[in-house]
Design a protein around this ligand. Sequence first.
Ligand SMILES: *[C@@H]1O[C@H](CO)[C@@H](O)[C@H](O)[C@H]1NC(C)=O
Ligand SMILES: *[C@@H]1O[C@H](CO)[C@@H](O)[C@H](O)[C@H]1NC(C)=O
Ligand SMILES: *[C@@H]1O[C@H](CO)[C@@H](O)[C@H](O)[C@H]1NC(C)=O
Ligand SMILES: *[C@@H]1O[C@H](CO)[C@@H](O)[C@H](O)[C@H]1NC(C)=O
Ligand SMILES: *[C@@H]1O[C@H](CO)[C@@H](O)[C@H](O)[C@H]1NC(C)=O
Ligand SMILES: *[C@@H]1O[C@H](CO)[C@@H](O)[C@H](O)[C@H]1NC(C)=O
Ligand SMILES: *[C@@H]1O[C@H](CO)[C@@H](O)[C@H](O)[C@H]1NC(C)=O
Ligand SMILES: *[C@@H]1O[C@H](CO)[C@@H](O)[C@H](O)[C@H]1NC(C)=O
Length: 633
Amino acid sequence: MGWTYCVIWFLFWSVSECWQLFNSQRVIRGEVQSPQYPRPYPPNLLKQWDLWVPGGYQIQLSVTHLDIKASWGCHQDSLSVLHDQKVLGKFCGQENSNDHPGKEPILSQGNSLTLIFQTNNSTAELQQHIGFAAIYKAVDVDECSKQDPGSGPLCSQICVNMPGSYHCSCHYGYKLHLDQHTCLLSCDSCIFDKHEGRLSSPGYPDPSPPFLSCKYIISVEPRLTVTLNFTDSFHIESVDAQQGPRCLHHWLQVTIPDREPMKLCGGKSPGLIATNSSIVRLDYHTNNEGLSHGWSLHYSTKAIDCGEPKPLLNGGITFLSGLQNQNRSVVQYHCNEPFYSFSQGTNVYFTCEADGKWRSNHTDVPPTCIPVCGKPTKLISAYQRIIGGREAPDDTIPWQVLLSVDGQRAGGMVIADRWIMTAANVLTYNGNPVLKEDVRIYMGQTDIKTLQNSPLFAASVHVHPGYNNPDFLDFDSNIALIKLQEPITFNSSIMPICLPAEGATYVTGMMGLVSGFGLTDFGRRRLLTNKLKYVQLPVVDQETCTDSITVARRTKDRAPSLTNNMFCAGVPEGGKDSCRGDSGGPFILRDDGRFWAAGIVSWGIDCGRQGTYGVYTKVSNYLDWINQTMQEN
Ligand SMILES: *[C@@H]1O[C@H](CO)[C@@H](O)[C@H](O)[C@H]1NC(C)=O
Ligand SMILES: *[C@@H]1O[C@H](CO)[C@@H](O)[C@H](O)[C@H]1NC(C)=O
Ligand SMILES: *[C@@H]1O[C@H](CO)[C@@H](O)[C@H](O)[C@H]1NC(C)=O
Ligand SMILES: *[C@@H]1O[C@H](CO)[C@@H](O)[C@H](O)[C@H]1NC(C)=O
Ligand SMILES: *[C@@H]1O[C@H](CO)[C@@H](O)[C@H](O)[C@H]1NC(C)=O
Ligand SMILES: *[C@@H]1O[C@H](CO)[C@@H](O)[C@H](O)[C@H]1NC(C)=O
Ligand SMILES: *[C@@H]1O[C@H](CO)[C@@H](O)[C@H](O)[C@H]1NC(C)=O
Ligand SMILES: *[C@@H]1O[C@H](CO)[C@@H](O)[C@H](O)[C@H]1NC(C)=O
């Protein structure tokens, strides 16, 4: 007990000394001698040396000379060698004694060694023993020969010992994991640039080794796209979760530029994956949890080909760049101006994308050309009456339609490429709609002689269901539509008139234009005109018009009534009006440089008579019916 206390006390006392020694010079070799060596050592000694060498080294101690008074078990004078408080040896006597350390040097287990030289008080007077001399040096530890009992070999493959340390290295085809101990199958230097090829997990069809971190890159020319075709035998360890298998420990990740990477795992083959890309990266990852049987795939490539871009009706396509409708070819759509245009914000540039489709702003639907309405290529410079009206120059009223219904002449107007708007009274006979076969439709000319060469035919006629006029006294809902058998292609001589805008207003006094092939004055006689005529007339206040009808009733026993679905136009002095044969024709107003169909010529009390006005169907009241009829037919 006493001795132990003493040693501990001594250790404390000598710490600062040892510290200094170790810090000031890294002792790699040195000598230790007993006090006063080579003269006899003094009695009553307790001397300690703490030797240190850098980590990764051991201390090898060789006692070169030993002369310590011998005693049984060296319990009087002794040289003790300790490591980590464990006694490695206790020596006394001379070179040939039993307790001599011998020729073999002493090796510490670690990088420190403690020497304690102790002498007895009783030897005081006659002591002739010299003591000891020893040399020590740092020797490299061969870590590679050691084995950690718990965790197996330090290096999974090759251990290379180095002075003071060691490092692991791997056989060919493997690489060192980040933990610096484990060798992983090296599978990340593979770039596949052939047009087709086969890839599989390392060791396939054997199960995949753990700790894989494989990278495969398929990279072919940009005009090609890669398709992966996985074989049926596919198995990558997965963890079942509510939303399906989760790729927790093992996975195969497929990365395509500009796309979310896909993580594959589970027992079901992904089959075909069309990547739409010329570059595909696969990362195969495993760890030591679970087991994956692996996967195998064949990849192939094909050229991106979008084919001819879809043609555009009433428009065209211009190739801007690129080759043969392949990857990144760009085309521009355009409409046949000024008769057709795109609606605002329409995408007109389409690019051949990697998925083999022409696309624009994520849409692959080609644009459509919408007819331009109410904008004739030529404008009338001066207005005149129809009764005594003026001949319309070519192309100034391109929506004008001449109808021949069972031989009777009437008017109409083009409102869409398959639709003519006219009055219901034109298309009814004895309360029933006329047969579509009895309707001839003419347009595009201002002279009846040339016009009548090329009639168009009706696919169907649609009389407003509210029109019921057995006695010719009720012209309410005097509106009808004709669907054409073939759509019209618009040009400067045939163009549609715009429908009224939602909530369009009919301002009293606003000048409109009526046109038709109806009756006109030839001297004192009224005849049907063979030239398209037009006249400018103002919108009349509804009350004024009602009053005029009341007045007219005094001289005529029967006259139709004015409803809110009608409006009047004309001049009080008369002389300008629409007339028989004009029925169904357009009364147009102009807003923002566009003409719109405000009215349909409906009825009147004697054409152009003083104090009476022409009455028109108010088109803005029938937008829903027009829209519905056109959509449903
Ligand atoms: C010193 O030697 C004497 C006689 O040989 C012995 O009795 C004593 O125990 C020794 N002291 C120590 C500290 O060993
Ligand atoms: C050793 O001996 C000397 C005198 O011979 C004495 O003074 C001293 O106390 C002794 N020491 C021990 C530890 O016995
Ligand atoms: C298409 O071509 C462009 C360059 O012209 C290239 O960057 C892109 O990767 C190609 N796309 C595909 C899927 O190959
Ligand atoms: C995918 O590979 C299978 C064979 O594993 C083959 O039968 C099939 O035709 C391939 N599919 C395509 C589209 O290449
Ligand atoms: C995509 O849309 C934006 C605005 O919506 C437009 O400026 C751009 O030109 C469009 N791109 C193509 C290719 O049409
Ligand atoms: C490739 O394009 C095709 C056709 O557009 C599409 O079905 C498929 O999902 C695309 N592939 C990828 C990986 O986006
Ligand atoms: C307009 O189209 C019609 C019918 O297709 C055609 O008869 C006429 O000649 C064309 N007019 C012009 C100016 O192109
Ligand atoms: C018809 O109604 C639909 C839906 O209300 C609307 O989107 C469309 O523009 C209308 N078409 C016409 C020609 O008024």
